[in-house]
Ligand binder design. Structure first.
Ligand code: HEM
Length: 400
């Protein structure tokens, strides 16, 4: 990590609550070279083009030595999970893992989880009864995605205290500022989580149950399945919680939209998409590497360069979105990059959208909010998976 550069400013915790002025500065030069040879790409069409370019690799072993490590702790003994692989390995793994999860083979799988998740939302909101303040993160946004990903995988929900710390350590290692210390912690977490999941997968091989791990056990090598399970457990944990929290925060900051939403719950669809544009839970992807010289926006990114794709900056590119700093659920043609684009487009997007649609309308139907108790709220350290650590709010009442 270089210091004093714009990349250092973006990762600096002091800018976590409002990184958007920095992103605006960054967009003045769509492809920007940092002193250490890292390239930051921040404008919509350039990010979109590179995310779809086969010459850009997600395989972190292609990054030349000497650059900041982000992501995959490959020394953990497990093979890379599919997010950190390129074709053809990536496509083979993703196709296999998709079989029990989505169409064409399992078009009903996710819908089958909806009722159970709605019950979880009801229980979480029932527990607000009699309280005059709650923490949206701990009391609402965190428990739902954890329950959801446990159901998807077939991991016992009550084991959550065991894997919570591992998931945190792994999520932290996606941040370029994690450093060698953070990478070391992530490596141990991946080993421990892998060992925990190996036992569970072995049990499922003998006695299959609900969830995709049982379905995948006969289809994949144990090591590939463990790596996949670690990835899904972490991805399922650390992103949707920020999406639910960011939606709540944004609505409480825009009372006019909130009022409309309470009168017209059908606003949920454009509103949730607009939050994913305006406050994307994955702010940038800092683990790609150029496999060849790539010409983009009058710049040549040399082979071997680390490339950061700045999704949150691209989502506010005025050449693509009119008045981009305005939160506007009436925006038409909202093709944001919150879930990325290209072959690594978020695998969990249909699950995340379902969770948001189960959670957000019910939260605002039942709870009468009075105000945010801290604005801006305290943020997590992570610059990549950015979101509030807590969101304390005062509430006036709860409807049945
Ligand atoms: C609102 C919540 C979410 C957001 C904003 C989000 C965003 C993203 C983004 C930006 C990527 C691209 C990363 C890259 O290429 O390097 C991605 C990939 C991925 N996401 Fe999500 N995600 C969310 C929820 C989930 C959930 C719930 C799951 C769990 C099933 C999940 C699983 C994955 C996986 C497995 C990949 C890798 C896909 C691939 O490499 O082909 N995500 N997500």
């Amino acid at each position: 990590m270089t210091s004093g550069t714009i990349a250092a400013q973006i990762t600096d915790y002091a800018n976590r609550a409002d990184p958007y002025p920095l992103f605006a500065e960054l967009r003045e030069q769509p492809v920007r070279r940092e002193d250490d040879g890292t390239y930051l790409v921040s404008t919509y069409y350039e990010v979109r083009s590179l995310a779809n370019d086969p010459r850009l690799s997600n395989d972190t072993s292609n990054r030349p030595p000497g650059y900041t490590r982000v992501g995959q702790p490959v020394e953990s003994g497990l093979p890379p999970s599919f997010i950190f692989t390129d074709p053809p390995v990536h496509d083979r793994l993703r196709d296999t893992i998709n079989r029990p999860f989505g169409p064409p083979h399992s078009p009903r799988f996710l819908d089958g989880l909806r009722g159970g998740l709605a019950e979880v939302v009801t229980e979480l909101l029932d527990a607000f009864e009699g309280k005059d303040q709650v923490d949206i993160v701990e009391d609402f946004a965190y428990p739902l995605p954890v329950t959801a990903i446990c159901k998807v995988l077939g991991v016992p929900r009550e084991d959550e205290p065991r894997f919570h710390g591992w998931a945190d350590a792994l999520a932290s290692s996606l941040d370029p500022q994690a450093g060698e210390d953070g990478q070391g912690k992530a490596q141990r977490a991946r080993q421990d989580m892998g060992a925990y999941l190996a036992d569970l997968i072995e049990t499922k091989r003998r006695r299959p149950g609900p969830g995709i791990l049982s379905a995948l056990a006969p289809e994949m090598t144990p090591a590939d399945l463990e790596a996949t399970a670690v990835l899904l457990l972490v991805a399922g944990h650390e992103t949707t919680v920020n999406a639910i929290t960011n939606t709540t925060l944004t609505l409480l900051r825009h009372p006019d939209v909130l009022e409309r939403f309470q009168k017209d719950p059908s606003l949920a669809v454009p509103l949730i998409e607009e939050v994913l544009r305006y406050e994307p839970p994955v702010q940038f992807v800092p683990w790609t590497t150029a496999l060849a010289d790539i010409d983009v926006a009058d710049t040549t990114i040399p082979e071997g360069s680390p490339v950061w794709l700045m999704l949150a900056a691209a989502n506010r590119d005025p050449r693509r979105f009119e008045d981009p700093d305005r939160f506007d659920p009436d925006r038409e043609d909202n093709e944001h990059l919150g879930f990325y684009t290209g072959i690594h487009y978020c695998f969990g997007a249909p699950l995340a959208r379902m969770e948001l649609h189960v959670a957000v309308p019910e939260l605002f139907r039942r709870v009468t909010f009075s105000r945010l108790l801290e604005d801006p709220p305290p943020y997590r350290a992570n610059a990549v998976l950015r979101g509030p650590r807590h969101l304390p709010v005062a509430i006036e009442g709860l409807t049945a």
